[in-house]
Design a protein around this ligand. Structure first.
Ligand SMILES: [Zn+2]
Ligand SMILES: [Zn+2]
Length: 364
């Protein structure tokens, strides 16, 4: 029986089993699954299940086996390179799209960064793992502990037997005070999370192992530190899934300092008018028409870009109603089209398509 209160891994097998770019059985299976879905743009789960084994047999060294076809896409759902709609249609996320693009360009350093950033988004419960009764971000917890234990690393015993049983902030409170990992809950059982997920991260050199201790790989240490150093342990757990979007915003605030002067500058530049429609009247505040500053490429997307999103060109003035619409409307399509057009130069300069922008707003 699966223990619903412990970290789980989807599918059967690793996502990658060699450094990115090296050819190996799982690397080629994973990339080929992404290519297959990308070539169809959207594919129903049933069509995927009918076709994928034949497709793999033609395009890879696929060996016939009894795996359920769903096992071929679940790990990619877990990683956030795929998404599945309520009507069971699969498609690549914007990050999955970029990952595949850079993989084909052989820019593996960039690919690794996309993986890290998607691990950061992974959470329980997840559509990829069934019936998990947890509400937490597993990799944020792992990376934060690895940063704390930077000197000595995390022991294999800890990762196999303790980590996967962390289920609430209470479980790490003692650790936060004592810095003693031995005080965190312990249980012994063979576990998929260690075997497939952790070992996969070692294979692609996100983690490195020395004397049975795990460390963050040197080439990504600074990036990981940038992501987690200001996040509190408390913010790695949540109570209500419906608040996840707010949590994203909160995390972006903890991570990236914003320059308040830029918002003021943008409003002056826009002459305190709503940039969706200058005729949108609000009310007078501090002697001018009241408007709000908004980052067109949302700040929580910063980790995916090497250029700074907190710049004047990326800030736009909006009336409160348009601003709320962008953040809260069920259908943001039309207003985002206008926003894209308005910032077309900045978008083109950074190779962001209209569709990219739309996809970024699933949770903004
Ligand atoms: Zn905003
Ligand atoms: Zn407006």
């Amino acid at each position: 029986m699966a223990n619903n209160y412990r970290w789980q891994a989807p599918g059967n097998g690793k996502i990658f089993d060699k450094p990115l770019g090296e050819s190996s059985y799982m690397n080629s299976r994973t990339i080929t699954v992404l290519k297959y879905i990308s070539s169809k743009s959207k594919v129903s789960q049933s069509e995927f299940e009918r076709e994928i084994k034949t497709y793999l047999a033609v395009h890879t060294e696929y060996e016939k086996n009894d795996s359920t076809p769903a096992h071929f896409f679940r790990p990619l759902l877990f990683l956030g390179f795929l998404k599945i709609s309520s009507s069971k249609v699969l498609e690549l996320t914007i990050e999955g799209d970029k990952f595949l693009y850079f993989y084909e360009e052989k820019d593996y350093a960039k690919c690794k960064k996309y993986i890290l950033n998607q691990l950061d988004n992974s959470k329980y419960p997840s559509i990829a793992t069934k019936d998990v009764k947890l509400q937490l971000f597993p990799f944020r917890i792992l990376f934060k502990l690895l940063l704390f234990e930077h000197e000595n690393g995390l022991s294999r015993e800890f990762i196999k037997e303790q980590l996967i049983y962390l289920k609430s902030y209470d479980d790490v409170v003692l650790y936060e005070k004592s810095k003693n990992l031995k005080k965190i809950a312990k249980d012994i059982e063979y576990d998929k999370f260690y075997t497939w997920v952790i070992n996969s991260l070692v294979n692609i050199e996100v983690l490195q192992v020395k004397n049975a201790h795990y460390f963050i790989a040197d080439d990504i240490y600074e990036h990981v530190k940038g992501l987690y150093k200001n996040l509190s342990f408390e913010s790695l757990f949540f109570n209500d899934e419906t608040l996840l979007c707010q949590l994203d915003t909160q995390t972006a605030h903890e991570r990236y300092k914003r320059d308040a002067r830029l918002i003021q500058e943008a409003k002056t530049r826009d002459n305190f008018t709503c940039q969706i429609d200058a005729k949108h009247q609000t009310f007078i505040s501090k002697g001018v028409n009241y408007v709000e500053g908004h980052h067109v490429l949302p700040m929580f997307q910063q980790k995916n870009f090497s250029f700074n999103l907190d710049v004047l060109e990326n800030i736009i003035s909006l009336c409160p109603s348009c601003h709320r619409e962008i953040h809260s409307a069920d259908n943001k399509h039309e207003i985002l089209k206008k926003l894209y057009k308005h910032n077309i130069l900045f978008m083109r300069k950074n190779s962001i398509s209209q569709e990219d922008l739309q996809k970024m707003y699933y949770c903004a």
